[in-house]
Design a protein around this ligand. Structure first.
Ligand code: NAG
Ligand code: NAG
Length: 258
């Protein structure tokens, strides 16, 4: 009896210790979801969901109206404080919003422009419509913008002109209808892939528009639009270009020598 009690007594702290260790490792491994989300970011995401017809319905299993950390919401990834060190982390900032093919229906909220640490925005293959809010242009950290396969319309220049860090922009298969690629000019020298295919873009592609794209542009897709006029010579100066698609437009004249 005495021996048994003794054993139990020594076993218990060991079990407690193991349990604590186990908890610690589980918690430790998912620490990015633990820091509370920046309240401004959380508010911006709530407004995004609210501006959709079916936002809270589609996302209801994780996008909780009460939850204090939007970092655990479906499609949301956060970073911890830039100062590093677990102890320094008080709030986490949203870096990714990826909700491709979720059946989202409605308008894109201008509130996304306030997610100032956002690096990846993928809302492709949904039923988003209306214009792109110009506020998106404030996303200076944005690396990837993928809004392909939606029903978005209007010009794109105001929304993407300020995306100075963008490497991948895919706006294909929408109803966008800007008139001049020069409105994209100067928006980035870091762009590697630009896909504007299957839209209603029209007008001429200006030399300024193309030369605004820097030396790292690898893939440019302009097919299935209503672009017209001559092909600008600067198109052939894009040293890194590997893929170029211009088919199904109304280009005229001759290809400049290149
Ligand atoms: C954008 O999303 C579509 C569909 O989800 C995908 O096929 C495409 O490769 C993506 N584009 C980029 C540039 O990542
Ligand atoms: C783009 O489409 C809208 C709505 O159909 C129209 O009012 C506007 O004039 C179009 N703009 C261009 C440049 O085609």
């Amino acid at each position: 009896m005495g021996a048994f009690r003794n054993k139990a007594a020594s076993f218990f702290p060991l079990a407690a210790c193991c349990a604590a260790f186990f908890l610690f490792s589980v918690v430790g491994s998912s620490s990015p979801t633990l820091a509370p989300c920046d309240s401004g970011d959380q508010q911006a995401l709530r407004e995004f969901a609210r501006s959709l017809v079916n936002g809270w319905t589609v996302l209801s299993s994780t996008w909780s109206k009460e939850s204090s950390s939007c970092c655990s919401w479906e499609g949301v990834t956060c970073t911890e404080g830039i100062n590093g060190g677990a102890a320094a982390v008080e709030v986490a900032r949203v870096t990714d919003l990826r909700l491709p093919g979720r059946g989202l229906d409605g308008f894109i909220s201008s509130s996304l422009g306030r997610l100032e640490q956002l690096a990846n925005l993928d809302l492709s293959r949904n039923f988003l419509r209306g214009a792109l809010p110009p506020e998106l242009s404030g996303l200076v950290q944005l690396h990837l913008l993928n809004l392909s396969f939606n029903a978005l319309s209007g010009p794109v220049g105001p929304a993407i002109a300020g995306l100075t860090s963008a490497r991948f922009i895919d706006l294909s298969s929408n109803y966008f209808n800007g008139t001049d690629l020069s409105e994209l000019g100067g928006f980035t020298r870091s762009i590697q892939v630009l896909d504007l295919s299957m839209n209603r873009f029209s007008g001429q592609i200006s030399d300024e528009g193309i030369s605004g794209c820097g030396a790292v542009l690898r893939e440019l897709y302009l097919d299935d639009n209503s672009f017209s006029g001559d092909l600008p010579g600067s198109l052939f100066d894009l040293a890194a270009l590997e893929s170029l698609s211009l088919s199904s437009n109304s280009f005229s004249g001759f290809c400049p020598r290149g």
